[in-house]
Design a protein around this ligand. Structure first.
Ligand code: ADP
Ligand code: MG
Length: 352
């Protein structure tokens, strides 16, 4: 065939690009809920209520008593890369304290849910406003609605526009729900300025049940007790270091079973993260002392903003930590001291 100036690479159509990007921010029910809870916390809420219908497949509703959205922002909030939290890249380098900063969550949700509705009221408004957003993040309906200051976001039928993902969600609803609960537990553990309450109306029973509930203003141990029981919380020992604080299982292995091994939560400056290297380090030390199952560990890293990059992936779960190996070594040292048989024996002889 004759060569022409026409190549085979073509620019992807804008609508398609939007779908591709949205699919990276909101990958499942868990990330959808996470984004909404983060927005509530970023709005300074002291109460956050998550109500799920059909384990999140049918409906996800997150209500908060935060500062609400002002009329000037109604049009912008669900537009892509619209955020009130980040002005320039310098903000990112200086370290963001808000959970959100990419301005993608609401836009992605509009793209990926069957419908998105927001009811909000800020301090300057005399009543609430109900807003329905379309697929492109534009307002399609607006009306007055009663509401106290704060925001409620309702997303229905997640992934309706993506049949394959929707089918996966329906088929694996249980697993997706379990992942969502775990993520919510992580937020309940660190977001202690707010009371978090999660309910679900399962498809089969149609009756709401409390999934988790955690009061505001507690220490990490209290939060652990609220989520996993006081008896389990009492099996943990504090972990303190210049760069982290947290809790870990005791060497006696009390409270360590199959289920408790899942209780490994990592945070950096109060942001839940995936920290596979740190988890592996903890498990290695545990195994080194030939202890069964996996230890429970709750670890909040305290790092200077310049030493951590949270903007590695759209869901911000992956982070790059400066000198992570040093941190791993410090954690291993602490855990060795905590779990070594000598300290175990020493503890056994403490009177009382
Ligand atoms: P980001 O959180 O990265 O800014 P989002 O798409 O999650 O992006 O939200 C866009 C904007 O909508 C936020 O910057 C905020 O101004 C506003 N917003 C979203 N949710 C809430 C809420 N619950 N309360 C107050 N403002 C909100
Ligand atoms: Mg957000």
């Amino acid at each position: 065939a004759p060569r022409t100036a026409m190549g085979t690479t073509k620019r992807i159509e804008t609508g398609c690009v939007r779908k591709i990007c949205s699919g990276q921010v909101i990958v499942d029910v868990a990330t959808a809920i996470k984004e909404l809870v983060e927005n509530a916390l970023d709005a300074g809420a002291t109460r956050v209520d998550v109500k799920l219908m059909g384990s999140g497949c049918d409906e996800i509703e997150v209500s908060d008593n935060g500062r609400g959205i002002g009329p000037g922002d109604f049009e912008g909030v669900a537009r892509r890369y619209a955020t009130s939290k980040l002005r320039d890249f310098g903000d990112l380098e200086r370290g963001v304290s808000s959970f959100g900063f990419r301005g993608e969550a609401l836009a992605s949700l509009c793209e990926l849910a069957g419908s998105v509705e927001v009811v909000t009221r800020d301090a300057g408004a005399s009543a609430g406003t109900r807003l329905k957003y379309g697929r492109d993040g534009g307002i399609v309906a607006q009306s007055v609605a009663p509401r106290a200051v704060g925001t409620t976001v309702t997303a229905r039928d997640l992934f309706k526009p993506l049949p394959v993902r929707r089918a996966d969600l329906e088929r694996n609803a249980k697993r997706h729900f379990a992942k969502a609960v775990r993520l919510l537990q992580a937020y309940a553990l660190v977001a202690r300025s707010a009371r978090l309450r999660v309910t679900n109306v399962p498809r089969n029973t149609k009756r709401p049940s409390v999934v988790l509930q955690a009061q505001a203003g507690r220490a990490m141990t209290d939060a652990v007790a609220a989520l996993f029981g006081a008896r389990f919380a009492a099996t943990l020992e504090p972990l303190e270091d210049a760069k982290f604080e947290g809790l870990a299982s005791r060497a006696t292995g009390d409270g360590v079973g199959r289920a408790e091994g899942d209780r490994q939560f990592f945070f950096v400056n109060g942001r839940p993260i995936d920290a596979p290297k740190l988890a592996r380090a903890a498990n290695d030390v545990w195994r080194h002392f030939e202890m069964k199952h996996k230890p429970a560990i709750f670890l909040d890293l305290r790092l200077a903003p310049g030493n951590v990059d949270v903007n590695c992936a759209p869901d911000k779960r992956e982070v790059v930590i400066d000198n992570e190996n040093g941190l791993v070594a410090a954690l291993k040292d602490k855990l060795h001291a905590l779990w070594a048989p000598t300290s175990r024996d020493a503890r056994a002889f403490v009177p009382g």
